[in-house]
Design a protein around this ligand. Sequence first.
Ligand SMILES: Nc1ncnc2c1ncn2[C@@H]1O[C@H](COP(=O)(O)OP(=O)(O)OP(=O)(O)O)[C@@H](O)[C@H]1O
Length: 580
Amino acid sequence: MKKFFYNISSGNPGALFMPCFTSFLDGICKILPAALIFDVLNTIYLSFANPETPLNTTRLWTVCAILIGWMMIQYLASGFAYSKTFTAAYDASANGRTALAEHLRKLSLGFLGSRDPGDLTTMMLGDYATVETTISHYLPQLVSAAAFPVIAFIALVFINWQMAAAMFVALPFSLLIVWLSTGLQLRLGKNHVQAKVDSASRLQEYLLGMREIKSHNLSGERFQRIQEAFARLMRESIRLEGIIGPVMMVAIAIMRAGLTLMIFAGTFLLVGGELTLPVFLVFLLLGTRVFEPMTMVLVNYAEIRYSVLSAERIMQIRQEKPLPGEKDAPAGNSIEFEQVTFAYENTDVLKNVSFSISPKSITALVGPSGSGKSTITRLIARFWDVQGGRVLIDGRDIKNIDPEKLLTRISMVFQDVYLFKDTILNNIKVGKMNASREEIEWAAKQACCHDFIMKLPQGYDTPVGEGGCTLSGGEKQRVSIARALLKDAPIVLLDEATASLDPENETQVQRAINALVSNKTVVIIAHRLKTIRGADKIIVLEDGKVVELGGHEELLAKQGLYNRMCSLQQQSAGWSMKAS
Ligand SMILES: Nc1ncnc2c1ncn2[C@@H]1O[C@H](COP(=O)(O)OP(=O)(O)OP(=O)(O)O)[C@@H](O)[C@H]1O
């Protein structure tokens, strides 16, 4: 139970105290009228049972007045409970979603990459919505279902213990059925969650991959994958409701069998003169009321169990440890790899890699595709932690540095640029959130963006699509260079930064990059080797190992892999497409 409250409150069970307490008060307020009705029945009965006793109308009017006053109190109590539960529910989901988003940012990309893409979206939207409904709708029912029977049983035992026992005798059997079905519910719930995650992932894949689907005419096969995912979701939904529903119906029927037993016992006791009619009537009245919240809980039990699963999924991620390290980033900017071994999954991608990069120097990473160049830049930025060896900046192991502080010292320009669904101005501003418009325009000019931006309908205030789909590849690349210029970090990592630029822009962008990298520690990945001839150091990688290291001339003289790559590039420079 403690775990349930902890999980559905996203780790803040104290926030559920007020909704539970006010729901409890609200429930108590609903019980009192039954006691007053008992008094009314008793008063009327006394007059009918003893014809010489006149009907005590003063008492009846007093009870009516109390009931009217009580209605007001009950209305206020319900309103109060309603506002507290709904506020707590929306707080829990809004704060929870923000906290989860914040937490995700602190996790390694390795962890995020291991999750199904639809999984986190389902969690952010679906799981939090489920938890929200549980707090706003089911929590009050749970409180009433837990409190009512206990209070009612204690009160009724004092009135007539045989009747109370008859009313509640079936309840333990009903609860036993619910308990026995827990394992089944868990299994069905997990299958349903998995089906939901799969559907979200397939849908995401379908929408994001629309260009490939169209260009390769994959619509049939891809559409079938979505159809299958949705069909499975439908089957799991039916299974969840169709199997759990009848089980709960049996539990409800057994619980309510107590009422029938109570009527039998009441009739028996009434006939034997051991029970008065008003007491019998009060038991009948309370019998239906007491089991009402429990019936509601059992009707919604599948949903409640489902929300437990949702809350557990959320908490599992929330409890995932962020990358460790609290220290400030060092002032110096030298980089060193000390016998680094790294694997994304099981196969080592980098094997015993060692090299050092002096501050304010330019180091190029070259090597065949898949040799580990991009991986090295990602490890410098600590998107992942290494499994063996150390990555040092200014002589300090980056595992001990706060990842966010480390990233303030690093600018990155990736091959694939992501632009947010926002104005182009705000997209450049990502590099420095407090940058002035002048600074942004300066960076855009340096990165050769200014001219194309001014041609857009609203200039810098033109919205660009999610992922930057309304800009060309070259334009996106230049925007990302502008971001890096604005950030002005002392370490610059360039991954194929000029890959998608046309020859016309390339010279200008090279000039912009020169401005970006001057006086910085630069690590550059360039497939076009002519662009890195002037680098202070060239590290040649092959199959995750450093095979050559040195300056351009020195490496050419070695007649090794670098020399071969340069020769091949010279040959391919004269390549042109020919029709056969
Ligand atoms: N996120 C990932 N998960 C699993 N494996 C990965 C991941 N990223 C890269 N790899 C694998 O790691 C190896 C090195 O990849 P990396 O991107 O570092 O190579 P690269 O030299 O930069 O290649 P390219 O020049 O083609 O960009 C490759 O075999 C690649 O398939």
